[in-house]
Design a protein. Structure first.
Length: 302
């Protein structure tokens, strides 16, 4: 086969206390068509299609190049079409979708010489951290920890069906590099203990949908207090969502998208309240009510 359609889900990383180690795949997808071709060509459609690089600096193509370097074979000439539905630089894993698509697309075009585990390791090496590319590839909610003998341990966490998801996406970008610059390299022992205990509680809260546990578990002291200054109106949006019934509100990935967890019956009202609160401080935003993408990346031959 020489032509494939690949769908990669958006992701939300960190989920409060799970900084750089917890992420979940969401039911919002970037779609890619990749094929062997006589002529190099990249086209795009969907939201912000004009911002997609149409040359060899394109992240999907760069990921494909990394794959072929990994297997020691010359890279092929390809055509690529990107249907962009995951907003760029908003904390929803758009770069992870590109990395995963390029690596998986390369593997398919090469006859699938690498295993899923090898592909995932290559994706993590490219992204620099595992909490976006892992759920993007595997689906579900994933907890990732370094393995004792090197590499990674991947733990799929059950996500209770009664926990619904709302995201409010503002009309400004926040590059991940900028969001990382404000996070301190060292933290107080009490803050490390705080996050360790709250992450452990969050694992149980996601499984049980215990509202009290969720309200407490989504707190964080490692990254969100520092990134909040980069997201105008965050306090107002959080307060509005809580008033509408949300268990809690966190920064999605590096931001600026804010994500709320709540019951299915209240999630639309929660999402509306977040957009309204942002509007009141002069920030335009859009809302989406999403669920967990259980399958992760999928593909078919064309």
């Amino acid at each position: 086969m020489s032509s494939y359609a690949i769908a990669v889900p958006a992701t939300t990383a960190n989920l409060g206390p799970g900084y750089d180690c917890l992420g979940a795949a969401l039911t919002l997808f970037n779609k890619f068509e990749i094929a062997l071709s006589d002529e190099f060509r990249i086209t795009a459609s969907g939201a912000a299609a004009d911002k997609i690089a149409k040359n060899k600096t394109n992240l999907v193509y760069q990921s494909l190049e990394q794959f072929y370097e990994r297997i020691g074979k010359p890279k092929p000439v390809i055509s690529l079409h990107v249907d962009l539905q995951v907003p760029l630089a908003r904390g929803l894993g758009s770069s992870a979708t590109a990395i995963v698509a390029g690596i998986i697309g390369g593997n398919l075009l090469a006859g699938s010489p690498l295993s899923q585990k090898e592909l995932l390791q290559l994706a993590i090496d490219m992204e620099g951290h595992p909490d976006n590319v892992t759920p993007a590839m595997l689906g579900g909610c994933q907890l990732i920890a370094s393995a004792k003998c090197g590499g990674w341990e991947f733990c799929a966490l059950p996500w209770h069906k009664d926990i619904a998801i709302a995201v409010a996406i503002p009309d400004f970008e926040l590059p991940t590099a900028k969001a990382r610059q404000v996070v301190p390299k060292e933290v107080a022992l009490k803050d490390a203990i705080f996050n360790a205990s709250h992450l452990a509680l969050l694992v149980q809260a996601l499984t049980s949908a215990n509202p009290s546990w969720l309200q407490s578990a989504l707190q964080d002291k490692l990254h969100q207090p520092y990134r909040q200054s980069l997201i105008p109106g965050m306090e107002a949006v959080q307060a509005a969502a809580i008033a509408a019934g949300a268990h809690g509100v966190v920064i999605s990935g590096a931001g600026p998208t804010l994500l709320a967890l709540g019951s299915a019956g209240q999630i639309e009202a929660i999402a509306e309240s977040m957009v309204k609160a942002w509007g009141q401080v002069g920030v335009k935003a859009t809302k989406k009510c999403l669920s967990i993408a259980k399958q992760g990346t999928t593909y078919t031959s064309l």
